[in-house]
Design a protein around this ligand. Sequence first.
Ligand code: URA
Length: 204
Amino acid sequence: MGLDEIERKILDEMQCPLKDAATNLVFGKGNPGADIVFCGEAPGSKEDLQGIPFVGAAGRELDKLLHTIGLTLDDIYIANILKYRPPNNRDPTEEEITRHTPYLIEQILAIKPKMICTLGNFSTKFVLAGFQVEGMKQIPGISQLHGKKQRIKYKEHEFTVIPLYHPAAMLYKPPLRKVQEDDFLKIGGFLGLKPTSAKTLLDY
Ligand code: URA
C-alpha cells in the first residue's frame, strides 16, 4: 500500500476522540523513498494547525541537528506515533498508541527504510518492543538507550534502530544538546556520512 492510500485510510476509516478534536491529520513529511525514517511522538499545536509534523520549536531543533550531519528533509521521512494531537500535548495513552500505530507501521513498511531513528521514550519503546504496545514497559528508558545502535526484526523485515532523545528535550534541558549532537554524529558515522562542517548547534 502506498503512502497516499494509508493517509486516505486514516481520513476515511480511523475513529478516535483525538481525531474528532483535532484540526488536521498530521501524517508525515519528507522523502517517501528515504533510507531513514525519524519517528516522533505526537503533533503539537503548530503541527495540528498546519497538518505537518515537526514545524514548531522541536522541528527547528531537528532541522539543525540534521544539518550538522549534512542531511535535509530530502534524505529522510518523518512521522509520529500519534496521527492527531493529544490535548495539551499530554503523553499518549496505551489505547491511543494501539489505535494509531498500525498506520505508522504501514508507513514504515511502505517506505522500507534501512534505519529508524526514534525520538524520545514513547517511539523508542514502541519500536524496540517490536512495534507493539505490549512489552513497551520492559524496554529501558531513553537515557540508557540513546545513541546505541539496535537491530530489530518485524515479520520478514529488519531495521537498524537508533534511539535518540526527543529534540524538544534539548529545549528544556540544555545540557542534552551536546549529547544529542554526539548521537547525530554517530548516525552520520553509521551511514558513512562526513559532518558538513565543524559547526555545532551552539554556532547557530
Ligand atoms: N513533537 C513530535 O513528536 N512530533 C511532532 O510532530 C512535533 C513535535
